[in-house]
Write a protein of this length. Sequence first.
Length: 386
Amino acid sequence: MTHDTAPEIRRGKPEDFDLLMDRVVGSFQERNPGHFRFENMYPDTVSAGAESMGWWWLAFVEGEMAAGLQIVPRPVRVAGKASLSLGGIGNVFCYPPFRGGGLMSQLLLRGIQGMQEDGMVLSALGGDRLRYGHFGWENAGATRYLTLSSSTLRHGERDHVSGVSLRTWRGETRDTQRMCDAYHALPYHTVRTPQEFPLVLSRPGQVVWICDDEHGFAYVSVRGSSIVEYAGDCDALRRIVRFLIDRTTYSIQLPTVEGETELEEMFLAHASSFTVHPAGMLRVNSLLGCLRAYLPILQQRLKGWHGSLCIRMEEDGEGVHIESNGNGVRVVPTDDTSDVPTVRLQRAPLARLLFGPFSPTVPEAANNITRLLFPLPFHWHPMSHV
């Protein structure tokens, strides 16, 4: 549908909430009549509050709300060393009467600009690679998908764990605080406020099991036949896992091995099979900001190295030098690429260079150092998706 006037694109306001909820679910129900309302699906991120509504970018055509998307701040901790300012994109919609006019392209471009203004150095979403690849997103990172089965217990000690020896979470304040503390002790996690934490675990369809006995304290959130979150003491967590897989097969997503704990080793011991998939579709909003966030990991990987590498992003010309004199690593912006091994890439393949699962082709002169540096670890928890 075409219109004579350019759309107005702005951040959402609390007074937009009621109409927005009707428009977004109406858009999704056009193809899926049974789709749930978003305020019920995501109590942690979708509400009428000013902060939550400020995460929405909305397009208005001749005064009518026509399209929108949500960019949720997701500060993440990676491998216990890197802290990233990340924007999770979700709930992208165009109301049916306004489709076909290029609104989504304009919204995405404005949302990207907003992320850069807000200092979000990386962005993650799930969606069509061909559609979002045009805007710089690419399947990247590596996540281990495990199938947990009782068959793994055949040759070892098989303790029977009864459900009555465990309990389920009912929102108790003390349990919530202990779960929050255990979760934030994980090397890979999304930083959540005390107010946000219970709302995440209150998303529909979850059951949260708790072990709290002489084995320690741990929790596991299950949704259908998937374990979507876990944390706590390994022995206590093992009891919950044995209770679960004694009854049916479960799947779980684990981060890469860098920063792995005994919890992931325990899950791997109970896996009848596993595969590796991209962590999600990632977009590098700021090459400098992203590499500086990973500086502790770069320092570790380049210990004792003397040299310099330039990486340049073709679309906007952003260039970064990674330099070391053997005593430390610096990441600095640069326009000078003379006499320095240089990697020049479009934004989408740049995400694969930084995070895998496989690297794009790079010049031979830079190949040895890029193999030392990359891929960087990254994990996008299921309960961090928006």
